[in-house]
Design a protein around this ligand. Structure first.
Ligand code: GLY
Length: 414
């Protein structure tokens, strides 16, 4: 069913909060999914106008990535093996096409998506192939059933599988960092990219892709978490013996701190692995990593970028982690007992209400959906910024909520 009730928010005053170290959305903000999707649609059209500039054409190889500081225009990066975020903008366009049925948006989605095809034909650079190709081609195939898209995804999954080390039982996330990190490294973000392997195995690819994804999830479950079910960002292994050497951070505050987006990848990842395997070990684990995160959230349910930053409450929030978790919880709530289901659904609604409030919206000020995300704090980049993956998981979560309200499965296509 197509949404037909989207009314452009022309003229609506959308004030954006200026970051002061303490963002607080009212927990009482009412959730209006159609209104939130209309807001996203309006921001997408603003972005397309901005990308067009004064000409009639768009450079479809340049993908919106972030807006830092006072920037009011997207900083774009060229689609490239080293630019891990290139798939999110095409993915946003596909979701918006799903929400609106607007064929002009579909055409834009197709053009941005095809700029990434070369990545299916070159040796794997790192694990980010999943983010790059499944957010773009994966959503494209889901909505169009174009067999060419399916082949591109299978080829990419085969390429990602070349990074798997059977001695360790995980994918080598960052081949370029083996020396720097002291061995075979696997990062929590890599959990998300297993989805492309599962999908390819079900859609014409080899069954080895399923086996690799399951083994990666098992090995990660065993070594990548502390006893309280919070995760390290990076796990380092001996590439020959497969022994776990150490857990450490790369983008978090400290090796033993709880980096919010790392935990959000774990929540989303194990929920998805349960969906694909129906193995109750993974469901139990998804709930444990979720509860460890929910227990420590601030009042508005948008986490500080790292739960252990000593500057809290003056540390920046990470709207991207909130968007990832909101989307994951909308799926997870469908797999658990009624009491837990209610709790996860209520938490997701609270997250979406906060993100949809003026405290987190980019609004009039700039054409992203959300402000207040943190990319790589230790490197000093994308701190309290609008970042494209926050927008991707936000619109995904809105659509999941919309589907629930219309009594569809959250993974269905509208
Ligand atoms: N590397 C993925 C992230 O920043 O979460």
């Amino acid at each position: 069913m197509k949404l037909t009730s989207i009314i452009p928010l022309m003229g609506m005053a959308l004030s954006a909060a200026v970051y002061t170290g303490c963002v607080n959305a009212s927990a009482e903000t009412e959730l209006d999914i159609d209104g939130d999707l209309a807001y996203c649609n309006a921001q997408i059209h603003r972005t397309l106008d901005e990308l067009r500039g004064n000409s009639d054409s768009i450079d479809y190889t340049m993908m919106p990535r972030n807006m830092e500081g006072d920037a009011t225009c997207w900083h774009c990066r060229k689609a490239d093996k080293e630019e891990w975020c290139g798939g999110f903008w095409p993915g946003i366009l596909w979701y918006n096409y799903e929400a609106t049925g607007d064929t002009t948006i579909r055409k834009e989605a197709e053009k941005f998506t095809s700029s990434l095809e070369f990545l299916s034909k070159i040796p794997a650079f790192d694990h980010d192939l999943g983010f790059l190709m499944f957010c773009s081609y994966g959503n494209g195939y889901r909505l169009t059933r174009d067999p060419h898209y399916r082949q591109v995804i299978i080829d990419t999954a085969d390429s990602l599988a070349t990074l798997y080390n059977p001695n360790v039982g995980t994918i080598l996330s960052w081949p370029r960092n083996v020396k720097m990190l002291g061995g075979h490294n696997t990062i929590m973000d890599n959990m998300i990219n297993l989805e492309m392997l599962f999908w390819a195995a079900k859609n014409g690819g080899g069954s080895n892709l399923y086996d690799i994804a399951v083994k990666h999830a098992e090995t990660t479950m065993k070594h990548h978490f502390r006893p309280d079910f919070t995760c390290y960002h990076v796990a380092v292994y001996d590439s020959v013996s497969g022994d776990f050497i150490k857990g450490m951070t790369h983008q978090g505050y400290a090796d033993n701190s709880l980096w919010a987006r790392g935990q959000s990848w774990a929540i989303y990842g194990y929920t998805m692995v349960y969906r694909e395997t129906r193995d109750p070990r993974f469901l139990d684990f998804a709930q444990k990593v979720t509860d460890a995160y929910l227990d420590r959230l601030p009042e508005d349910y948008v986490p500080y970028w790292d739960f252990d930053d000593p500057r809290i409450p003056d540390a920046p929030r990470d709207a991207s982690a909130a968007a990832v978790v909101a989307s994951a919880l909308l799926e997870l709530q469908g797999y658990v007992l009624p009491e837990q289901s209610k709790k996860y659904l209520a938490a997701a609604e609270k997250m979406l209400a906060s993100l949809g409030s003026d405290a987190y919206r980019s609004g009039d000020r700039r054409p992203a959906f959300l402000d207040h995300s943190v990319g790589h704090h230790p490197a000093g980049s994308e701190i309290d910024a609008a970042i494209i993956y926050a927008d991707y998981y936000y619109i995904e979560a809105l659509l999941r909520k919309k589907k629930l309200e219309e009594k569809h499965d959250v993974l269905a296509t509208l």
